[in-house]
Design a protein. Structure first.
Lengths: 337, 337
């Protein structure tokens, strides 16, 4: 299936549409980090977004677009164990449409509560097959399936975060974002095409969940049979979609990050910029550093931090070892990337 | 020994003096939390302060005051295992005076690094006796001992955080701050006397480190023989000082918080306002909630969050149990305070 690519102006339109409902999130810098690494890292902090992650941008753009067209459905359905669930619940409430979220049985209690807290109905499903069956049932009853990344409105909405960063006048030498299903990265690419078209956009992915990097190398979509095992839960997708892959193919490159490196930056970013950074977001920082180390002069890098929701159980994995005992200057020098 | 009390204008003068060197930290609110609890909690977030804690305010006010008087010493010495060490290192660098910080052997590596990172010399001491001996030696060589709370300039400086909050126009029904040595709380009291003199200021303290609450009740300073055992490391002081006690005596009251409650709010505040909150700061939130639950109508409470530096080891204690599974509305209802 071929998809017609979105024009970059879709991102500007999305931003105008969703702006009244979202936070304009801040750009953070750490003087100490930049001193240590000899480059300027600028962080777009989506942890301060509604529901604590960028996902609300895409969900809002989709539902507000349907509303504009007079096509608002009777209800919305989404399947997610993560931030997309809360984002759809939040967005559906804004347009006054009931939402049903299918959550896997092993999803964290706090995310379940937040989703119901935003007024959505939650159905816990034991298997993917059950989730698909329930979704089909709800669609037959008139529900609109809001896919986390296989939806043009969602991609354009996710791009509004990078759009805000570039709109503020920032002109980085490179931009990094983590790849899950590819929506966040596709949106980032589109925003860059609109406002800073010469700037290279790179993807970063956990080495243990590198389907997109493999797809990028081979030119065709690689699909994992099972969810990959990584602390970066936002990157546990099986594969990207044709819709996102058409943008991912045009990126400047991919960096693959090992688990220890992800945890190292999860600890250090929380410590330095004083906001919880999801391991999924730390992947992008690790990629940005690997790129910066190959540069022969000081560079400015925009690192898109996707969110700040960390499950209680994940904290124990993240802090099992003390990585704060090795400062980033020594870490960057030792690291054999 | 009697101490002459500071006039509240000392806080305004301190703010004018230190303003160019510090961050005007934000006031945060959580819509969800306020919805759950039926009151409005407003957080002054000193985690976003230089060195990640309020301590830099007092240290800067002391050294800048000495500079104004033409009394800048040849060097500065301080003894601290916590945020005061980094604060003195940072402040000394601003006035161009070398600093020596005495750190106990069991202090965390990350704090040691940060202290040397700000340009201070660190001496690791095995015992309190050794620290005192080294301090006397350095003082004999002309060093100025910058005490974390037994110093009027420090108290006035710590008050500038609450001063900023009230200066913004906020007029809360009550103000809460945690008690360690009493400097933070004394400064908060002084700022309130200046800008909102009718507003009650309350102290909050870990139940396991309740020397100030006991002192408040009995009217005389109670001193622990050994450092009390609490996750709130900023409240592990042995006792308050006569200098701070003269203000603490005039507070509206003290709340004593058990360890589980401290950890509950450390988890929830990080989750809701998306910035790491030290257990020491969570103590103040727990006190504020205990107060709010006794109110017969909705109230606005200012909660002073002292800082956001959490040692790697402390994360494991904080997240050993999942408190995010019980939302604050149910927690507040169940809790037999």
């Amino acid at each position: 299936m071929t998809e017609n690519p979105l024009g970059p102006t879709a991102v500007a339109q999305a931003h105008e549409r969703i702006a009244p409902f979202i936070n304009q999130t801040p750009l953070f810098r750490s003087t100490l980090l930049n001193h240590w690494l000899g480059h300027e890292f600028v962080f777009k902090v989506e942890g301060f977004q509604k529901v604590g992650a960028f996902k609300v941008r895409g969900a809002l753009n989709a539902l507000l677009s349907l509303q504009e067209k007079g096509d608002l459905p009777d209800s919305v359905v989404a399947f997610s164990s993560g931030n997309h669930a809360q984002a759809v619940a939040y967005a559906a409430r804004q347009v006054g449409v009931p939402a049903t979220i299918l959550l896997p049985a092993d999803s964290s209690g706090v995310k379940r509560q937040a989703t119901t807290g935003y007024g959505a109905k939650v159905i816990v499903t034991a298997s993917r097959a059950e989730a698909e069956a329930r979704t089909a049932e709800l669609q037959a009853q008139g529900a609109y399936l809001l896919h986390p990344y296989d939806n043009d409105w969602v991609l354009a909405g996710q791009g509004t975060a990078c759009y805000e960063a570039l709109k503020s006048g920032l002109r980085p030498d490179a931009i990094f974002a983590t790849c899950g299903g590819g929506g966040w990265l596709s949106g980032t690419y589109l925003a860059t095409q609109l406002l800073a078209p010469g700037t290279p956009v790179y993807g970063a992915e956990p080495l243990q969940a590198n389907d997109a990097a493999q797809s990028y190398r081979t030119g065709g979509i690689i699909r994992f049979a099972d969810s990959p095992d990584t602390i970066a839960d936002g990157a546990r997708t099986l594969c990207v979609s044709p819709r996102t892959f058409q943008y991912l193919k045009r990126l400047a490159g991919f960096y693959e990050i090992d688990e220890q490196e992800i945890i190292y930056w999860t600890q250090w970013l929380a410590h330095l910029i004083k906001t919880p950074v999801e391991p999924t977001s730390a992947v992008a920082m690790a990629g940005a550093l690997a790129w910066a180390k190959r540069q022969s002069q000081p560079r400015q890098v925009l690192v898109m931090l996707s969110g700040g929701n960390i499950a209680p159980q994940a904290y124990l994995t993240i802090w099992a070892q003390d990585f704060l005992s090795v400062t980033p200057d020594r870490h960057a020098a030792d690291d054999p990337i």
